[in-house]
Design a binder for this molecule. Sequence first.
Ligand SMILES: [Zn+2]
Ligand SMILES: [Zn+2]
Ligand SMILES: [Zn+2]
Length: 149
Amino acid sequence: MQQCCKSNPYLYERNNIAIIIYRKMKSARNTTAKIEIQELIVRSSVALSHSEIQKLLDGLCDRVTIYRVLERLMEEGVIHKIVNVNGVVKYAGCHSCSENHSHNHIHFSCQKCKAVTCLEDVEPSFKLPKNYKISEMNFTLSGLCPQCL
Ligand SMILES: [Zn+2]
Ligand SMILES: [Zn+2]
Ligand SMILES: [Zn+2]
């Protein structure tokens, strides 16, 4: 403790409270960002890219925070990543994943409106040669969605 704090307990007290309030605000902000991003993705009928999320959040958090939250949500099995045919990464909500993602549905990417949708009921079927083991799947079909047909 600094000399000035000892001689002025009020100041010390006040500083301390300010720090506590600041910490609380900081963690509340992070929690809000996580909840907001989670809600956005889970409620959206189409997959969202990082920049779309940033636009929708309208300045609530910066790029880095969004990336960090997305990583967290993927680790928690709340959302999954979709690499679109053009290389753009999009995120969509999971339905019954925990820490380990367990889905093998396909994704549909519309060439006209650029919407990427999870087709939960469509399971791709394929046969791999011997000695190959799958750890991740990324099936994306492109064409026209019902809105654009
Ligand atoms: Zn998942
Ligand atoms: Zn479309
Ligand atoms: Zn999906």
